[in-house]
Write a protein that binds this ligand. Structure first.
Ligand code: ZN
Length: 482
């Protein structure tokens, strides 16, 4: 019997789409070497150039975090399960409860007593618990996929004050999962849409809105005013920002994140357990982990993870049960399987460790490598330019680097489909003398394709700015947008 190495969704394209690989080996190092030996494309995703395991990839043996052990030498035996978990673009209880348990908890009106009657008869809630909920101030960062169910359940449960941070407008593509919004509020600011829906659900909730991007300049001022933060962001800079601000202000951070069919949830509270940076001290380089816009997400998934965030938030307020501190819950929707990993606090964590190097908020865009990307001056072509040039030069080769299922939704006639993951192995099919233009959905993956082609010696390569979406808007309106 061999050791089973579980492969996470973002890395499956590099192992032929499989979710698990059986390997022989006596230690974690041996297994990983064998894995990347058999699947060379996986190597740069797991190891830095100096051979170290990348810091945004964690390895667990039988659900145990092995980073505090001698990582590579950690022994494994037949029948063990090794999980590779990369970061994906997520007494608090007693303390939070206690600070409101003092006399002076707000009284419940007759209307509230009736409304919350199913809570009031629960032994772990009761009148005092409901009063704690009413006194609580919870900040939701993001009113999107995760923020939607979290906001609705927290409002329904009677959390007295909900803060919402978002700067977006409701878009039709949001409605497949962002149940806080509706068709009637497409085009309206998410905060306005959310406030109306929350007040319809429960007019007793006070909604405080922050129509802004959370930044290093405003995060401490905003978060300071709340008891608990529920992080429903979809990007790494904001995740690290929320984490660091919560550590600095000693606030529990209820974390959730989603990707395609998988989700993660945890509660980070540095005083009582690890923080997000204890897990992932550094973010993946920009573009390595696709966003939901690029990678897709099953509509119900944020409903499940966001509901877990709401549940954990309520438990923290009530001081009930065991909070998800020091534990990471992984949810696989396709298998309908929950797994739980034990998390260790990293004594050298840069923000919550014994000698922190991060003692104030930093530039998170720069930290996540955003803005430091190579310049693509001259490497991009607009949709209109491509149309004109293609007419003059029919020999121009347009390569569609999206996935086949995206090609099925819409494609540009004459383009050749070579999914990004297959490109390195299919360079031989391409004629380096021809002008090449790469395209994808919105123009990000095609820049990666351009880099691969340039590195392989193709010189006449450009990328379609804005992807097939720009083509549908500016050149061929008969194509559906998605
Ligand atoms: Zn930490």
């Amino acid at each position: 019997m061999a050791v089973t190495v579980l492969i996470p969704t973002p890395l499956r394209p590099f192992v032929g789409g499989r979710d698990a690989v059986e390997l022989e080996g006596g230690s974690v190092g041996e297994l990983l070497d064998r894995l990347t030996g058999e699947h060379a494309a996986l190597k740069p995703h797991l190891f830095a150039t100096d051979g170290r395991l990348r810091s945004f990839v964690n390895v667990y043996v039988n659900d145990r975090d092995i980073r505090q052990l001698a990582q590579r030498e950690t022994p494994v035996k037949a029948g063990d399960t090794v999980s590779i978990i990369p970061s994906i673009a997520g007494g608090t209880a007693v303390d939070v409860g206690a600070q409101h348990a003092a006399p002076g908890l707000p009284k419940l009106s007759h209307e509230e007593i009736l409304r919350y009657s199913r809570h009031l008869i629960l032994p772990d809630v009761g009148v005092e618990g409901q009063q704690k909920l009413k006194a609580a101030r919870v900040l939701l960062v993001g009113a999107g996929g995760l923020g939607s169910p979290a906001a609705l359940y927290l409002a329904a449960a009677g959390v007295g004050t909900l803060g919402l941070v978002d700067f977006d407008v409701v878009d039709k593509t949001n409605l497949q999962r962002q149940i806080l919004h509706g068709t009637s509020t497409v085009g309206v600011s998410k905060l306005e849409s959310a406030t109306a829906r929350i007040h319809d659900l429960n007019p007793n909730v006070r909604v405080e809105t922050f129509e802004t991007r959370l930044t290093s300049d405003n995060a401490l001022d905003i978060i300071r005013e709340f008891d608990i933060v529920a992080d429903g962001t979809d990007n790494f800079p904001t995740r690290y920002l929320v984490n660091d601000a919560c550590v600095l202000l000693d606030k529990p951070n209820v974390y959730g994140s989603i990707f395609r069919f998988e989700g993660q949830a945890s509660v980070f509270h540095a005083k009582r357990g690890p923080c997000y940076r204890c897990l992932y001290s550094e973010p993946p380089p920009p573009g390595l982990v696709p966003s939901c816009a690029e990678g897709g997400v099953l509509g119900v998934l944020p409903g499940i993870i966001g509901s877990i965030q709401a549940m954990e938030t309520i438990k923290l307020i009530l001081g009930a049960g065991q909070p998800l501190i020091g534990r990471l819950v992984l949810f696989d929707a396709l298998k309908l399987e929950f797994r739980e990993l034990k998390l260790e606090k990293d004594p050298d964590c840069p923000v919550c460790g014994s000698h922190p190097t991060v003692t104030e908020l930093i530039d998170y865009q720069a930290f996540c490598g955003i803005g430091a990307e190579p310049s693509y001056d001259g490497a991009e072509i607009t949709a209109a330019e491509l149309r004109d040039e293609w007419q003059r030069n029919p020999d121009l080769l347009l390569i569609d680097v999206r996935e086949p299922h995206e090609h099925e939704i819409a494609h540009i006639d004459g383009a050749v489909l070579i999914p990004l993951g297959e490109l390195p192995d299919r360079l031989g099919e391409l004629d380096g003398h021809r002008e090449i233009v790469t395209h994808c959905h919105h123009g990000a993956r095609s820049l990666k394709a351009l880099e691969i082609l340039k590195a392989a010696g193709f010189s006449k390569v450009r990328s379609l700015r804005g992807g097939i979406d720009a083509w549908a808007v500016n050149v061929d309106p008969s194509l559906p947008r998605y």
